[in-house]
Design a binder for this molecule. Structure first.
Ligand code: EPU
Length: 429
């Protein structure tokens, strides 16, 4: 299993290209199940999660072709996927595939909408909490699907097709909103989704569905209206830039100091996080190319942050911010309000010399003047990258084990940081 070795203390200077968002790519690939025609996705990041979803969709009969490089193409271009779900040969998503990636549960929506039935394994728990799917099931029921749960599988049936309905989410859910949007697009009549998630990835998926012939309005607000259509067609869509990759590298630069342009990044996708970074003392400047982050020798100021659904501070940047605050001059408080147990990074940061106390959903971080390298590992993607951020500022050598978590969500992380001056290296055994 690969490891990443980092020797801390180097400032980051240069440019880092930001690619398409993982959390838009996954639902966009799943949306390919809604049509017999080909859906072409551009700016797709090369990630383990994308490969894994490709295998899962392949099991349903979906052909995915990844276009090779074209002459003159810039090296930091995402890839282009041609997704063709002409014939769906199997409407079952088995446990061994779904348990490896939770978002694959979302295939239930296009399968039941297009094929009238689906049998999809319940995903089970994961490293950041219990993560139930009750609200996704509720949404499908509101659209007329009959749902049974049997031997760990959700069996959804709508032999005569789905019909529009009113879905009121008691809690904001990204997966619930994606599921409702995909199912409602092919339902008869009008669907209204209240308290919808407003994450930019929802808007991106809705844009793509509209290009495929869907009739969705209000995506990006908390009330989405979908007029169902009888069929969807192929389309071509470029995935929006990854706001979590953007925020992660921005925090890394704030941590080490330096001057980096995050190319293709869009500030409006993560304004809350950029505002917090500015409070810590980093300079954040939107430019024609993307976002420029600089910090000179000045010390970092502590912050008080609570994670929230978009447009609030994203839970997917909570661990990274905590790593940054380990070096602040003073005490910070970070409250995790989305997931119940997303603090797997705390004990590992402590191993690097951080002073963090956990009380329920709130971490109190007392800044220290130095961190010291150590072997560490983490059990989820964002926690792993928070350890990389801490290691970049730690004295001496840190080895981050279980790098496959990083590969799920960050393309060529060590190359991108290395190109900006970090002493970072992948070690393959
Ligand atoms: N929830 C329920 N019932 C449900 C669904 C969700 O109670 O049926 C709860 C969850 O337990 C959680 C809250 O609602 O407390 C929000 O969960 P949400 O459904 O919004 O999360 P998700 O769709 O499973 C996506 C991202 C996550 C990201 C969250 C929150 C993808 C593939 N995943 O998950 O990304 O943290 O939204 O923004 O889009 C990551 O990329 O590392 C990651 C975990």
């Amino acid at each position: 299993m690969d490891r990443i070795r980092i020797v801390g203390g180097q400032r980051l200077n240069g440019a880092i290209p930001i690619l398409g968002a993982k959390n838009a790519t996954l639902p966009l690939m799943i949306a390919g199940l809604l049509t017999e025609d080909t859906l072409i996705l551009d700016n797709v990041p090369r990630l383990a999660d994308v490969n894994q979803l490709q295998r899962i969709l392949g099991n349903h009969g979906v052909d995915i072709m990844i276009a090779g490089k074209r002459p003159g193409e810039e090296p930091n271009h995402g890839s282009t996927l041609h997704i063709s779900a002409k014939t769906i040969v199997d409407t079952t998503a088995p446990y061994d595939l779904v348990s490896r990636m939770r978002a694959s549960f979302w295939v239930v929506a296009p399968l039941v909408a297009r094929m009238g039935g689906a049998k999809v394994s319940l995903p089970g728990g994961c490293a950041i909490g219990t993560r139930p799917v009750d609200l996704l099931i509720m949404a499908l029921e509101k659209l007329g699907a009959g749902i049974e749960i049997e031997s760990g599988y959700v069996i959804a049936r709508a032999p005569k097709g789905l019909r529009g309905g009113e879905i009121v989410f008691p809690k904001v859910t990204v997966g619930g909103t994606h599921t409702a949007l995909m199912a409602a697009s092919l339902a008869r009549g009008t669907t209204v989704i209240e308290n919808a998630a407003r994450e930019p990835e929802i808007g991106d998926v809705a844009d793509c569905l509209n290009k495929m012939g869907a009739n969705i309005s209000g995506a990006g607000t908390s009330r989405i209206v979908v007029e169902g259509v009888a069929r969807l067609n192929g389309a071509r869509h470029s995935v929006l830039p990854d706001r979590i990759e953007t925020g992660t590298y921005a925090i890394a630069v704030a941590m080490t100091g330096g001057d980096v342009v995050l190319q293709h990044a869009r500030p409006e996708l993560l304004q809350a996080a950029l505002d917090v970074l500015a409070q810590t003392g980093a300079a954040v400047t939107p430019t024609n190319e993307g976002i420029r982050i600089t910090r000179n020798g000045a010390s970092l100021d502590p912050v008080e942050v609570t994670t929230a659904p978009f447009p609030g501070f994203p839970t997917d940047l909570q661990a990274q911010l905590m790593a940054l605050m380990t070096r602040a001059r003073g005490t910070s408080h970070i409250t995790e309000a989305i997931f119940e147990n997303r603090f797997m990074h705390v004990q590992e940061l402590v191993r690097l010399g951080a002073r963090i106390k956990l009380d329920g959903d709130t971490a109190t971080i007392e800044g220290v003047s130095r961190l010291k390298g150590a072997p560490v590992m983490a059990t989820d993607l964002r926690a792993s990258v928070s350890l990389v951020i801490a290691a970049l500022a730690a004295e001496g050598e840190t080895t981050v084990n279980r790098v496959y978590h990083l590969d799920r969500g960050f393309e060529r992380l060590e190359e991108k940081l290395g190109a900006c001056g970090a002493a970072i290296q992948r070690i393959s055994d």
